[in-house]
Design a protein around this ligand. Structure first.
Ligand code: SF4
Ligand code: SF4
Length: 140
């Protein structure tokens, strides 16, 4: 789980070298979403219950997808959303979820895991379209 958290950049970069001021305002709706997702204690119950997660599978699991949603919902974290979404577009990413929903039922912290999988599924689709129309900088 920790390797996968590193893979999806599950943190917000802040070096603390200078005062960045109060930061952007976060709407109440976003705060409520983020609070629910921040309660994850990395216990691994959801991964154990997931039929798609096992020693032979590269699937990152529901907890990782929920943490991508947490850090991409934060206005500062949102600026690095593609760094977190791209690993979920590869083998072992969100497409490997079979939607059995065991994770949602087992989570002791009641994280909105299936909602998060749906939300990140939409974000991954949008990211794929954005990637299609973004061209690398040309040398002049
Ligand atoms: S919905 Fe099912 S397949 Fe998808 S992460 Fe949850 S338990 Fe695994
Ligand atoms: S079961 Fe819930 S608290 Fe435990 S790792 Fe999964 S999402 Fe986090």
């Amino acid at each position: 789980m920790f390797d996968n958290l590193k893979k999806v950049h599950a943190w917000i970069d802040a070096d603390g070298a200078y005062d960045r001021g109060p930061g952007p305002r976060v709407s109440q709706a976003k705060q409520e979403t983020m609070y629910a997702l921040s309660k994850c204690m990395t216990c691994g119950c959801c991964v154990e219950a997931c039929p798609q997660s096992n020693n032979h599978s590269k699937f990152v699991g529901p907890q990782i997808i929920a943490q991508v949603r947490l850090f991409n919902t934060h206005p500062t974290g949102h600026t690095q959303k593609s760094i977190r979404l791209h690993p979920l577009m590869e083998e072992g990413g969100i497409a490997d979820c079979g939607n059995a929903q065991n994770c949602q039922r087992i989570c002791p912290k009641n994280l909105p895991l299936t909602d998060s999988i749906a939300a990140i599924g939409r974000d991954v689709t949008i990211q794929a379209i954005e990637d299609l129309f973004s061209f690398p900088d040309r040398e002049t």
